[in-house]
Design a protein around this ligand. Structure first.
Ligand SMILES: [Zn+2]
Length: 236
């Protein structure tokens, strides 16, 4: 971000990225959404459990969209801390609380990558790694999408078809993936902003299996109601 844009950020009137309330980056109520008790879901698709820290609500959705599409860097840290909490819970659930952890972000659309200069999920994961160094997260942004319609408004079957064969491994990043895997033979976790049926995450896991990477769990911010059931509530 250029200097002018930095100044612009200072002088723009702020609105809560979640609910639109004025003069605050994130109001207390919306910030509390990111501090919820982690929960796990058995997704409709795929076999890996998905952990989230909040229910997928419109306020949470607004936060992520504001960060992703409107350049709201002021909420990077709260979102990244939320993701770090979700990853921590996912590690506890899979009984692998000591790192290192290979973190694979879900792919953003090519259009979004170009506009933002990278994947917003990867940006969140990298910041989570900085804010929670004790977790020893190694983020490798290797997944790409070919073409992906927006998942919003699609039924469960359409989501599955939409996700199928829509992802691939970036050839330029596979070397980094192999080096990280060889150096740090820890567990792998998928991360994304939201999960509903788990179709996108299941496709990511399928693609990664082709290079012998089998994520133990997925960690997201918001969990939708598309899963079969909630499992093992955490006692934290
Ligand atoms: Zn708010």
């Amino acid at each position: 971000m250029g200097l002018l844009a930095e100044f612009g950020e200072l002088f723009l009137p702020r609105r809560c990225a979640g609910c639109g309330r004025e003069n605050v980056s994130l109001c207390t109520a919306c910030l509390q959404l990111l501090g919820g008790i982690p929960r796990a879901m058995e997704p409709r698709y795929g076999t890996i459990p998905v952990v989230g820290i909040a229910e997928y609500t419109s306020h949470l959705s607004h936060m992520v969209v504001d960060f992703k599409d409107n350049g709201r860097r002021d909420i990077l840290d709260p979102l990244a801390l939320g993701l770090a909490r979700s990853i921590t819970a996912a590690l506890e659930m899979t009984h692998s609380s000591s790192g290192p952890v290979l973190v694979i972000p879900a792919p953003s659309s090519q259009r979004a990558r170009r506009r933002r200069g990278g994947s917003h999920t990867a940006a969140l994961a990298r910041r989570a790694a900085e804010l929670a160094p004790e977790l020893r997260l190694h983020v490798v942004d290797v997944l790409r999408t070919r073409r992906r319609r927006d998942q919003v408004g699609l039924g469960a079957r359409a989501r599955e078809e939409n996700a199928a064969k829509s992802q691939f491994l970036d050839p330029g990043t596979i070397g980094e993936l192999n080096r990280t895997k060889a150096a740090e033979a820890g567990i792998s976790i998928l991360v994304d902003d939201f999960a509903t049926t788990g179709a996108t995450l299941a496709e990511s896991a399928r693609i990664l299996a082709s290079v012998q990477i089998r994520p133990a769990a997925a960690a997201v911010l918001g969990l939708g109601r598309g899963g079969t059931r909630f499992v093992s509530p955490f006692t934290v």
